[in-house]
Every structure is written in C-alpha cells, then in structure tokens.
Design a protein around this ligand. Sequence first.
Ligand code: AMP
Ligand code: TRP
Length: 332
Amino acid sequence: MKRILSGIQPSGTLTLGNYIGAIKQFVELQKQHPDAEFYLFVADLHAITTEQEPKDLRQRIRQVAAMYIASGLSLEQTTIFIQSEIKEHAELGYLLQCHTYMGELERMTQFKDKSKKQTTGITASLFTYPALMAADILLYDADYVPVGEDQKQHLELTRDIASRFNNRYGDFFKVPEPLIPKVGARIMDLQNPAKKMSKSDASDKGYISLLDEETSIKKKIRSAVTDSLGIVAFDPENQPGVANLLTIYASLTDSTIEAITKKYQGKGYQEFKNDLADIVANTIMPIQKRFFEIMGSKELENLLDKGKEAAQMVAYRKVEKCKQKIGLGRKK
Ligand code: AMP
Ligand code: TRP
C-alpha cells in the first residue's frame, strides 16, 4: 500500500498559495489513490525555527489541523497529527543531522532567503531544518510527498540523505518522490508577482488568507496588480500579475490556461478579475464554514488523539531500528 505524506507549518494563517500548492493536491490525490494511506501533520517544530508568540502558535496549530479536515479529506484514509507530539521526529532529525553535510545545508535557497531577511537572531535550527524535514518523511516510509515548488530542493536533499544512509548501513529508508502540481506550484503575491504568496508576509494585501472575509477576498483579487497591456494572456515574463491570476483561475476551475485566455479574448481585466473573485470566494467560503464548525467541536480533539496514537506506533519502530543500524544502544 502506498503512503503519501505532507506537512504544513503553523507559522501564520494558511493562504490561497497553501491551498492550491498543497491542500488541494492532497484531496485530489485521495481520489486518485483510494487505497493509499495519507499522513498529514502540523509541522509545529518547523514553525519555531523563527520566533513565535506561544499563545498564537497554540491557536494556529489547531487551525492548521482543522483546515486539513475542513478541506474535504477523507478521514478514514488520513492520519492527521501534530509533529511535536511524536518525539521521534526530533530524535530522527538529530540522527539525520549526523548524516547531512554543512555544504548541503548551505546550498538551501530557503535558508539563504530567510536568513537574508534578518541580520540577527538567525537560529541554528533554521539552518538544520532540512534534516528535520527529511526525518518527518523518512520516519513513515513515505512513497510520495505532495508539496509546492519551494520545497523541491528539500525533497531532493531528503532523497540524498536516505540514499546515503542506505549505502552505508544497508537498505533501510524508502527514497521518496516529490509530487509537485503542474499548475499552481508557486502562487505569487497579488501586489508583487515577483514574490511568492506567503503567510509570513507583513502586508496582507498580497495574500489571501483562507480565513479572510468574503468581501476582502474579492477586493484583493480585484485590486491585484496587473499591467497596462489590457490583454488576458499567459506571459509570466512581461505580464507576471495576469499570469498569476490565470494560474489561480486554472487551478481552481480545473481548466486549461488556453481555454481561459480564449474565453476572455477581446475583454479587459475587469470582467476577468470579477469572475475570478467569485471563483476564489466560492472555493474558500464553504471550507471556512466547515473550519469554524470543526474548531468548536470535540471531533478535532478526537481525531488528533487518534492520529497521535497511529503515528506514534510507526515512528517508534522506525527510530528504534534506525538506532540499531547506526550501532547505538545495547540491543542488537
Ligand atoms: P508552508 O506554509 O511553508 O508550511 O507550506 C506548506 C505547503 O504549501 C508546502 O507544500 C508549500 O510548498 C506550499 N506553498 C506555500 N506557499 C505556496 C505558494 N505561494 N504557492 C504554492 N504552494 C505554496
Ligand atoms: N518545510 C515544509 C514547508 O515549509 C513543511 C514541512 C515540514 C513538510 N516537514 C515536511 C512538507 C515533510 C512535506 C513533508 O512548507
């Protein structure tokens, strides 16, 4: 049976980028692979690589878990859990750090970008984070890892670490495959389409939060930066704003970019944006409604307890075997 695993950091409210790049993929993959097992977790240990307010963090951890459920995943097929509740993530993270080279971590563009934004207070964990991410995946012998484009490099490193370990100690870790969506793997900021849409952004005009109000969602789409050409065409180089909107449109309606550009041929941006504003709002609002029901219910606690138990069993066995392979402890 195939295992599909992914995680999302609770470092801000989830955005339309997270939905299109990650969550929507999970739901589609479940339909395509009805007998696969899904492991989805809240990557809270990753969130604390940068400073977090404890009260907010606790709230956001619940929110990400509730959002997984609200997005329409089949709960029989999915184990949803909180990363920090399974101690083996940190433990295997350390064991894998011992099999990861400084040079490899130094090449990670996400570390380079994040550490460029701040000059002081860069934590050691921000640097070693890809080894923890490798542990998240390798603990569960995941076959596939659906993620957005920004995680591709971390996935490649995970594969390298797994192969290195296997070469050294004999076959042990499953070498996972990334699954990156063809359309929508990188949704850009609505105000600055040269930048990825991100929840940790200071200005909230550039991103749509899955918890935004309907009027605000529509307004953000209508006021998204475009250009003065006035042609709905897919040209990421010269019309990056319009290309981004087209990507969102195509992804949420499951249509091709060609079909959409044809539909708006000879029409201006206004009609295109108005339609897209409705599409985005009609996607998010039902999810939001379920989200608020789940946040206030006992169902969430029960599911997370169940998820913890199931994940724990798999993770414990894997780490014990891993330690044996390395030669740690007394047991052979
Ligand atoms: P993060 O919010 O960084 O924990 O990311 C969670 C998932 O959402 C990962 O699979 C990311 O690759 C994906 N993701 C985040 N931002 C975007 C974006 N702007 N466009 C597409 N996918 C994204
Ligand atoms: N690093 C990922 C991100 O920032 C989140 C993440 C942590 C993850 N561990 C993972 C994604 C394991 C997939 C698999 O988006």
